[in-house]
Write a protein that binds this ligand. Structure first.
Ligand code: FAD
Ligand code: SF4
Length: 499
């Protein structure tokens, strides 16, 4: 039997299941850096640079460790795979599960000349089977109960069988608005090496549709560098991560966020080492529990939950459109040219670096897309195109489920919809904006306001069934029908002016 291992671009870990299954490194290893991947949908230029540079570095590491590696820079994935199987005489192809429905469907269609063995993906904390067992035994799939089970399962932040500090969740301590001068730490960046520069040159020359700027490119591209980012986060950022988790400030692209999702999603870091480092730091650096717990909940709770649900739901989950929203995504999402300062700032930031932090993604980009009624699938494709850490598994549940409530509440207990009030409280964007965050109608009215009330009005009946919306719907009931008509007209006019 001649074994071949195909390592995908987001499986760059020495102990990933397919490599780990080959004792004695007695297998040929294939990487395919394919243009067909880049052509399938537009990507941020820095995403292409990151994935391809990290693949090249990892392939070199495997070679140095004694593996027989083929690194193919190719136009077409399928032909390259078939040729390699033939040349190497592979009789069994091993692959770690991609956690990606479209890729899995494509793979099943291939007429391979050898046996195909798919191994469970071990780059997550919960095996898919265990997540399904958890989900199958309950009616509601609340993240909070999944998270608590995870804390016990991995014995993290526990005192015996009780949560450390007497509480599972310190969220209420983690919503500080940004007031006064904040001394945010500089992110841990790297200068491109020769390998990364060669990939930047390749990406700049590609004649395909992309998003954003390729340079300055400063992301980590090896495990060693990613570990430095993790060390830097623990030493300089985790202390204040909690309180300002939801705050947004002009010119402060990263605040105290971890900047770890690109590396976790590529396999350069494993989630278990990340949460264990954070827990250890509690005692080592005397860090506040609300920050450490808040961070562990993101990685061990939200990240695992989103991936578990992606595999648990049917593959057509991404097609859902519960509100039947059909407005096309306006052109300014691609250019950033819009008078709404919050959207302008966040889109410009993403164009520069492929990154926005969670509240920018949730309460600016997807909140606005929800209340303005953009087609969920167009919004999902946009998110996939512009973020450096976007993959199908993380896109569907975050955008369709959490951001747009297009699944009708399978994972969120109410839509994350808000008016300008939230943006004004949690950011400084409104100060530099031509719109007035306090106004609902009229020339200076903030679009977040008229879209918010129009959204509630348009979906009043559907939203009434969501218990947690009843308070706000009572306010809506108190508004007179004339004002609601003006609001509706203003929303329609805005759409016409922003094709
Ligand atoms: P931090 O704020 O420092 O959080 C720490 C880590 O927690 C992250 O690195 C990430 O691994 C994990 N995490 C936290 N929340 C989530 C979540 N909801 N889903 C998955 N992981 C989570 N995350 C992606 O990795 N890729 C995406 O394409 C992506 N798209 C998103 C789209 C929307 C609409 C929303 C609401 C969230 C999205 N997220 C996505 C989740 C989250 O916003 C990012 O993981 C986070 O902003 C990454 O930055 P960070 O590493 O600085 O995170
Ligand atoms: Fe955004 Fe409205 Fe504030 Fe302007 S006023 S920054 S559009 S929330």
């Amino acid at each position: 039997m001649t074994i071949g291992v195909w390592v995908l671009g987001n499986q760059l870990w020495h102990n990933q299941a397919a490599l780990a299954s080959c004792e004695g490194r007695d297998a040929s290893v294939l990487f395919i850096e394919a243009q067909t991947f880049a052509e399938a949908r537009p990507y941020h230029k820095q995403k292409l640079v990151l994935v391809w540079s990290a693949m090249r570095h990892f392939a070199d590491e495997l070679k140095d460790a004694g593996w027989a590696v083929t690194y193919a820079i190719a136009n077409d994935t399928e032909t390259t795979l078939h040729n390699w199987l033939k040349v190497e005489g592979i009789t069994e192809l091993r692959l770690m599960d991609a956690t990606d429905h479209p890729f899995t469907a494509w793979l099943q269609e291939l007429n391979l000349p050898c046996k195909l063995v798919i191994l469970d993906n071990n780059l997550f904390l919960w095996p898919a089977e265990d997540f399904n067992a958890w989900a199958d035994k309950r009616k509601g799939l609340l993240m909070e109960s999944f998270y608590r089970e995870g804390r016990q399962r991995f014995d993290l932040l526990m005192t015996g069988d009780q949560p450390m500090g007497g509480q599972w969740n310190f969220d209420k301590d983690n919503r500080k608005p940004p007031k006064g001068k904040l001394n945010t730490p500089d992110p841990h960046w790297f200068e491109p090496d020769v390998t990364t520069q060669a990939v930047i040159d390749r990406v700049e020359k590609l004649e395909i549709s992309t998003f954003g700027e390729a340079t300055p490119f400063r992301w980590a591209v090896t495990r060693e560098q990613a570990l430095q980012v993790l060390d830097g986060f623990i030493a300089e950022r985790l202390q204040t991560f909690g309180p300002y988790q939801d705050a947004m400030v002009t010119g402060e692209d990263t605040m105290w966020h971890a900047l770890l999702s690109p590396y976790l999603n590529l396999g350069l870091l494993h989630p278990l080492e990340v949460v264990e480092r954070a827990e250890a730091a509690l005692a080592e650096h005397d860090l506040p529990l609300n920050s450490v717990e808040g961070f562990i909940r993101q990685v061990m709770g939200w990240r695992e939950y989103m991936r578990g649900l992606y595999l648990h739901f049917d593959a057509d989950y991404g097609d859902r459109n519960w509100f039947d929203h059909r407005q096309p995504l306006p052109e300014f999402f691609w250019t950033g040219k819009v008078e709404m300062n919050c959207l302008h700032q966040v889109i410009a930031q993403i164009s520069r670096m492929g990154y926005a932090h969670h509240i920018q993604r949730l309460m600016i980009l997807s909140n606005f897309s929800l209340i303005a009624g953009f087609t969920p699938q167009e919004v999902k494709d946009w998110f996939h195109a512009v973020f450096i850490d976007a993959y199908d598994w993380v896109m569907q549940t975050n955008v369709i489920g959490m951001g747009l409530f297009a699944d009708g509440g399978l994972l969120a207990s109410k839509p994350y919809a808000s008016s300008a009030n939230y943006v004004n409280k949690m950011s400084d964007y409104c100060k530099g904006c031509r719109y007035n965050p306090k106004q609902r109608t009229g020339e200076d009215a903030c679009p977040f306001n008229f879209f918010y009330w129009d959204f509630l009005h348009r979906h009043r009946d559907k939203l009434r069934a969501q218990g947690r919306m009843s308070f706000i719907l009572k306010n809506l009931d108190r508004m007179d029908s004339e004002e609601l008509e003006v609001i509706h007209q203003q929303a329609q006019d805005w759409h016409k002016a922003h094709p």
